[in-house]
Design a protein around this ligand. Sequence first.
Ligand code: BTN
Length: 259
Amino acid sequence: MFDKELFEKYVATSWLGRSFYFFEEMPSTNSFAKKMESDSSLHGTVILTDYQNSGRGQSDRKWLVEPGQNLTFSLIFEPQKAERFILLTLACALSVAEVVQAKTGVKTEIKWPNDVILNERKVCGILTESQFFGDKLSRLIIGIGLNVNQTTFAKELDGIATSLKQEMGEPFDREQLLAELLQKIEYRYRQWSQFDPKLVRQVNEKMIGYGQWTHLQLNGQKLDGTFKFLGVNEAGEFVALDEELNVKIYSYEQLRLVE
Ligand code: BTN
């Protein structure tokens, strides 16, 4: 089981994860984070579970993982404005990619919209959800599923999903890993809130396919022609040129790069 006390010894952030909830089992950390009531700010709260029995993925898919093997958690942020939250999600993907690369010594990448790729397979998925009070953003929930020590995956994920242990052949300390992830995410959050242009550059350095002509799929439908993926902009949107050299900007998680 995840050792909350051990994690609390390792964690060295100043605000992220200082309010930390652990549950052995629950439906979904994102759903819980959405329903949490509080008189005071929940900014920086982290909810982690060892087993999600109704985990949710992008595009209404399920997120199924084995109990007690991975890092399955949600971060709550309460930024002043709803703008640029795609970039904040990418900043979290970048943080995961950097920590996984440092731990394994294997180059990691980000695949639009925000999957983290290790050895050409998905090691982490992210689901961001927002809540509004009137037209003001009240809560941003970034749910992260990082495959750590799981080594068997459903048949349909064969060749698609992987974990740190699957790639390296050895188990990883989840408490230490989470402490390092939160430290990195806290740093990247600061860059994001300060509009630091380095953040966008560093996200783009890790993005699969930037600078290349590719096919795109939107809501499952292949778009006509090819597009040159130029990278993400300062809002975290996907910027491409079509064959007539018109600039196209997409912000949807339903957009995919395809062969
Ligand atoms: C994807 O489809 O790639 C996104 C998967 C996101 C899974 C995480 S696990 C923690 C959080 N709670 C959920 O129900 N989903 C996210």
